[in-house]
Design a binder for this molecule. Structure first.
Ligand SMILES: [Zn+2]
Length: 227
């Protein structure tokens, strides 16, 4: 209750079941890629390696202690930053990227719900941060996460035009120091875990480490598994 899962997760589960008989072991959903026009949507990375991925969203709350928490935990992370927060304090995110192991990715300009918006508006929401992050952080984001996990086919087409290789959702979420799973009761190889820059940051990172250990999995960098 109260946990946000990506809206298409049920549909994706059905798609996965349908795919399971012809492609055992696949765990990447590629909704939208059938036409060749949209970026693939990923809830988990397709890998048998014993790895899990931490992703941290938005950037509204920033505290230098967060940098040492991630550094000490030795947890790599993908930071899906909302443009408005990134431009507020690029120095903080540069430090986080350099002192911990992190990559900076896109999460729209202002965190509006993209689903149902026109192509030009969606493209602006995805492309503008991609351009400004290239200047601010020296690297163009390759991944995009739609705010609220809410997207449509237009989002996937716009993402491709902004140089996005994958639209990234999630398969588990940590909030208030506790993890919720989209399926099963523990992490599985390739799971993508969502948390936010916000309260209980230390507890949330500790919970990620605890759940990874419990499942015999190692934190890894998502970008290295999504090519
Ligand atoms: Zn967000």
């Amino acid at each position: 209750m109260g946990i946000r899962y990506p809206q298409p997760v049920l549909l994706a589960a059905v798609v996965l079941l349908a795919l399971a008989s012809c492609s055992p072991g696949q765990s990447v959903h590629t909704s939208g890629s059938q036409t060749g026009a949209g970026a693939p949507v990923v809830f988990r990375a397709a890998t048998d390696d014993p790895v899990v991925f931490l992703t941290i969203d938005d950037g509204a709350v920033r505290d230098p202690a967060m940098i040492s928490v991630l550094k000490k935990a030795q947890v790599p992370a993908s930071l899906f930053l909302t443009g408005d927060y990134a431009v507020d304090d690029p120095g903080f995110f540069r430090r986080l990227r350099d002192e911990a192991t992190a990559r900076i990715e896109g999460h729209s300009i202002d965190h509006s719900d993209l689903k149902g918006q026109g192509f030009a508006d969606q493209k602006r929401q995805i492309c503008r941060p991609a351009r400004s992050y290239t200047k601010m952080f020296g690297q163009r984001p390759r991944l995009f996460r739609p705010p609220y996990g809410s997207y449509d086919e237009t989002t996937l087409r716009a993402a491709v035009e902004c140089g996005v290789s994958h639209v990234v959702l999630w398969s588990a979420e940590i909030k208030d120091g506790k993890m919720s799973f989209a399926a099963a009761d523990r992490l599985r190889p390739g799971d993508i875990v969502l948390m936010h820059f916000g309260g209980a940051f230390r507890e949330n990172v500790a919970e990620f480490v605890r759940q990874a250990d419990r499942s015999g999995l190692h934190p890894a960098l998502l970008e290295e598994y999504l090519r």
